[in-house]
Ligand binder design. Structure first.
Ligand code: PGA
Length: 257
């Protein structure tokens, strides 16, 4: 059976002190270790805090990078490589987030290089795909997601793709408080799973984790996370508020019982 993932993407928020206080609160949840086999809880903080938070969490909470560069090393001022994050035991990274595409001009070509770079260091990828509101209104959203996967993930071998989690994040739902109905999200996740079925066969399709992101919070988590093909969430704003994040985890735990 596929496990579930509840991942907080902190983006460019929280200082060191604020990050530590949050993680201390999270680690107080006694059942965290017990649920680990079925639910993986993760936080993606800013680069400077990866090491210290990883040491705090040991393996109770996944500590995840928000990005990597597609080269090992070199003259790339301000960049951080897969090799560097692996050297501090970080083994998961978010790639393809729409904010990176929009604000930092990351293309599918660059993203494929980043994915391959992560896999070279045995780092799992949470790979984001999503459409704009215009694309959805034009009923083009399924094609857009298919293209995004074909240009990137579908270049991977059957073995490599097992190190990938897909995050379906409609761009218009990110940080907006407006999101698709749970049935529409389920429909897209089912569609994505079917694309994996055609590309890689039934075993990989049934095992690939497809999580949802975009204005997920404790009020809508139950409806969304109870859908058959939704294997968890990638959470921005609500992951910055400890009780919100814990409530989402609790919904996920109740649903998986
Ligand atoms: P949001 O962000 O939960 O604030 O919409 C999600 C994301 O960007 O991953």
């Amino acid at each position: 059976m596929r496990g579930k993932f509840i991942i907080g993407n902190w983006k460019m928020n929280y200082s060191l002190d604020e990050s530590i206080v949050f993680i201390q609160e999270l680690l107080k949840i006694e059942y965290l270790k017990d649920v680990q086999r079925t639910i993986q809880i993760g936080i993606a903080p800013s680069y400077p805090f990866l090491d210290i938070l990883k040491k705090m969490c040991k393996n109770a909470v996944l500590i995840i990078a928000q990005n990597i560069h597609h080269h090992d090393s070199g003259s790339y001022t301000g960049e951080v490589s897969a090799k560097m994050i692996k050297s501090i035991d970080i083994d998961m990274v978010i790639l393809g987030h729409s904010e990176r595409k929009e604000k930092f001009y990351e293309t599918d070509d660059i993203l494929l290089k980043k994915i391959l770079q992560a896999l070279k260091y045995d780092i799992k990828c949470i790979f984001c795909v999503g459409e704009t509101l215009l694309q959805r209104n034009n009923n083009n959203h399924f094609n857009i997601i298919k293209d995004q996967l074909q240009n990137t993930i579908f270049h991977l071998s059957s073995k490599e793709v097992q190190s990938v989690i897909i995050a379906y994040e409609p761009i218009w739902a990110i940080g907006s408080g407006t999101l698709p109905q749970e049935s529409q999200i389920q429909k897209m996740h089912y569609y994505i799973r079917n694309l994996f079925l055609k590309q890689y066969g039934s075993l990989i399709a049934s095992n690939i984790n497809i999580i949802y992101g975009g204005s997920l919070n404790s009020s809508n988590a139950k409806k969304i996370l109870s859908q058959q093909d939704i294997d968890g969430g990638l959470i921005g704003n609500a992951s910055l508020i400890i009780h919100e994040f814990i409530n989402i985890i609790n919904h996920c735990i109740k649903l998986s019982k």
